[in-house]
Design a protein around this ligand. Structure first.
Ligand SMILES: NC(=O)c1ccc[n+]([C@@H]2O[C@H](COP(=O)([O-])OP(=O)(O)OC[C@H]3O[C@@H](n4cnc5c(N)ncnc54)[C@H](OP(=O)(O)O)[C@@H]3O)[C@@H](O)[C@H]2O)c1
Length: 308
């Protein structure tokens, strides 16, 4: 699969490094609004091609990894799909249920795959935790908790502070809600949501209480304060805990007061979502069985409530 990365910013570096580890991805180059930046990235990662977005949209590449800022996702997704490119787009992919439905409809019309890049749900660690939940390793689940609290130094005009497409809940909450949705297999209801959001400014911290069909859910996020970065699944017989659950290979669980380590393979945090996407494209499959339309809608169904 020939793939180009669009958007030459911070995360593009880590995606590129993981593409190099994926046997069925040929990273042909980088697209950017600034072709000089695309050239710099192409040289850094030994890629043969670079240019503006149109350069690649009119080429024979199979797929695009959209890694530009949030407010630029929607327009770029549309352009890629209209040019019959398969698309994997960074989280949070889109910002309303209407946008998600329109984008997946467009992918269908053009016969290509669209997938939100929520890397946590492809990690062997979280596949293992999901299996443990299904096997009732800690009994019946009673509570689920995910926190992503990481202080940042974003200037007020940084895109992450855009009230429409930024904010800690939309950004970091997508990992927390998306991972809990994946692990439980349940679409949650929002019970309570508190944040420091104002009419003019996006939230820098938020806390949500969720109901997963009787299982209590709690999500804490912050992009202004350092704090907890943990996933905890509690059951009637014990609990499972994993730190840095969106990029980690390890955790542990306790049952009857005894602690057991969980250690899963971790080639890189981006490797597993990339491999999943590339395998789907290779096999002509047009929707991911993991991050499909419904999975993206189920995340937004909670995270977009911050804007109401
Ligand atoms: N999966 C993960 O672990 C992870 C981690 C962090 C971020 N992300 C997501 O990845 C995406 C990119 O994040 P990043 O931290 O790499 O972003 P970034 O470095 O700030 O910017 C990435 C690119 O977005 C475009 N851009 C940035 N600010 C812009 C502005 N004000 N106006 C117009 N274009 C702008 C530029 O694209 P051009 O090169 O085309 O000019 C830039 O190279 C976001 O959706 C973010 O949520 C994912």
């Amino acid at each position: 699969m020939k793939l180009a990365i669009f958007g030459c910013g911070k995360i593009a570096n880590r995606i590129a490094a993981s593409c190099k580890l994926t046997d069925n991805i040929e990273l042909v180059g980088f697209g950017s609004k600034d072709p000089a930046k695309a050239e710099e990235y192409a040289r850094k990662y030994g890629c043969p091609d670079f240019g503006d977005y149109d350069h690649f949209l009119n080429s024979d590449i199979d797929a695009v990894y959209i890694a530009n800022y949030n407010a630029g996702h929607e327009a770029l997704i549309r352009r890629c799909l209209e040019h019959h490119k398969n698309v994997i787009c960074e989280k949070p992919m889109l910002f309303s249920e209407k946008q998600v439905n329109e984008a997946f409809d467009l992918a269908q019309e053009n016969g290509v795959l669209l997938m939100e890049a929520l890397k946590s749900v492809f990690l062997p660690l979280n596949l293992k935790i999901k299996k443990m939940i299904e096997d009732k390793a800690i009994g019946d689940i009673t509570d689920v908790y995910a926190a992503f609290m990481r202080g940042g130094d974003h200037p007020a005009d940084h895109w992450i502070n855009d009230p429409e497409t930024g904010g800690a809940f939309m950004d970091l909450g997508s990992y927390c809600v998306g991972t809990l949705n994946f692990l439980t297999g349940i679409r949650p209801k929002l019970i309570k949501l508190e944040s420091d959001r104002t009419k003019e400014t996006a939230e820098t911290s938020a806390e949500a209480l969720l109901d997963y069909d009787g299982i209590k859910g709690r999500v804490c996020v912050s992009n202004s304060k350092d704090g907890d970065m943990t996933l905890i699944i509690s059951g009637t017989k014990g609990y499972i805990r994993a730190d840095d659950f969106w990029k980690s290979g390890s955790g542990y669980y306790e049952v009857d007061g005894k602690r057991y380590e969980i250690a899963e393979e971790l080639i890189s945090d981006f490797y597993y979502e990339l491999k999943h996407f590339a395998d789907l494209v290779d096999n002509g499959i047009k929707e991911s069985p993991v991050m499909d339309r419904m999975a993206s809608l189920d995340i937004l169904h909670i995270t977009a409530k911050i804007k109401e």
